[in-house]
Design a protein around this ligand. Structure first.
Ligand code: KG4
Ligand code: ZN
Length: 369
């Protein structure tokens, strides 16, 4: 039975996990840094790197203790080597290198996005390649054809903001704090999704790309229109570039209405763009969603309906495997180990690391890591 130690430190979660080739998560621990970043309303790279450096070694020890294992019982050490905040990635990768050197076990440098992309196969043993993957996280919004380990064809990306970023920024406008996605989803339950007219950027366009900047700006406008005097909004950063419908005078939107309307607009875009990608791609075994935003129940339900309309199984990992975690990194390590792959100890950390290096640059895309 193969066992891989996975390490994740590319953003604001310090995580370690032990996963077997039989898809058993023997132990996993996640130390969230939410409290450290909350006062700043977003992740501060220097604070993140320092927190990873302080927490990672004891976290790995505790994870091994949870599983009742010694480090020399693992078959390989897998760590996120990018993309992400370089300081944090370096902490995880250097730690993995030291452990690999000390134990003589192979090192596997994992692409964080591949961790997300393969996580549904950890959750579901029946999921075979190829599958169509919607990868929606804080930094990414892509549709990929996944044909094997390390084999991705990007069909779509965002030309501006990632979906998680749009959730987080809209949540901030609504005063929901950080991280905003889950809080916005909760608030949306109490609102009317048809109340606030919001744009659906790129809906119906030929290529299945995404755009969320205009939607986010329209949320800012709706919030200021419903609470402040007409024309207010500059103070909260309204950029004025949203191509959305005009808002009526003096609307009585609640924050819950805005949250629900935002979420529905995002879902309409996701479903339309994914439908377009399904029409462009050849036969696939399943429609799969992964990444932090895949934790959203309304999004899961809408994609499930889309998949069933195409006669496809819909697969979404459990919530704990959607947001950043080390079990998905360990699992990507297992898949690579089974193909005989490992990396030299001088492998470099990569702040940028596209899954499909052949994908063409899309105007405005890739501005954020
Ligand atoms: O994959 P992830 O943990 O980190 C990245 O690699 O980016 O994704 C984090 C993102 C954040 O933007 C967070 O607000 C969003 O996922 N998120 C959600 C939900 N849970 C997490 N967005 C919408 N609804 C949720 N329930
Ligand atoms: Zn992630």
């Amino acid at each position: 039975m193969r066992i891989v130690l996975g390490i994740e430190s590319s953003c604001d979660e310090t995580a370690a996990a032990l996963v077997t080739g039989e898809r058993v998560i023997l132990a996993q621990r996640i130390a969230s840094q939410d409290d450290a970043h909350r006062p700043y309303g977003g992740v501060v790279p220097e604070i993140a790197a320092r927190a990873h450096a302080e927490r990672l070694a004891p976290l790995i020890e505790a994870t091994l203790a949870d599983a009742g294992m010694r480090l020399d019982a693992v078959d390989a050490i897998a760590a996120t080597a990018g993309p992400g905040l370089i300081g944090g990635v370096m902490v995880g990768l250097v730690t993995a290198k030291a452990l690999a050197m000390a134990t003589g076990k192979p090192l596997i440098a994992v692409n964080h996005l591949e961790g997300h992309a393969l996580s549904p196969r950890l959750a579901d043993p029946g999921l075979e390649y190829p599958y169509l993957l919607l990868l929606v996280s804080g930094g990414h919004c892509q549709i990929l054809l996944v044909t094997g380990v390390g084999r991705f064809r990007r069909l779509a990306t965002t030309i501006d903001d990632a979906l998680g970023e749009a959730f987080d920024k809209s949540a901030k406008v609504l005063g929901l704090g950080y991280p905003g996605g889950p809080a916005l989803e909760r608030l949306a339950l109490a609102g009317d999704a048809r109340k606030v007219p919001l744009p659906r950027p790129l809906l119906g366009s030929a290529e299945p790309h995404f755009s969320f900047a205009g939607l986010k700006s329209a949320v800012m406008r709706a919030k200021s229109a419903s609470t402040g005097p007409a024309g207010a909004g500059e103070g909260i950063g309204f950029s004025g570039n949203a191509a959305g419908p005009e808002l009526a005078e003096g609307p009585d939107y609640t924050d819950a209405d805005i949250a629900a309307s935002f979420q529905q607009a995002a879902i309409d875009c996701l479903v339309d763009r994914t439908r377009r990608a399904l029409a462009k791609v050849g036969p696939v075994n399943a429609l799969v969603v992964a990444g932090g935003v895949a934790a959203n129940q309304a999004i899961r339900a809408a994609l499930e309906a889309l998949a069933s309309g195409h006669g496809l199984p819909f697969i979404a990992p459990p919530l704990t495997l959607c947001t950043d975690n080390a079990a998905m990194i360990a699992w990507a390590g297992i898949e690579r180990l089974e193909l005989g792959q490992s990396d030299p100890l001088d492998v470099a950390a990569r702040p940028r690391w596209p899954l499909d290096p052949d994908a063409e640059t899309v105007r405005g895309a890739g501005v954020k890591a």
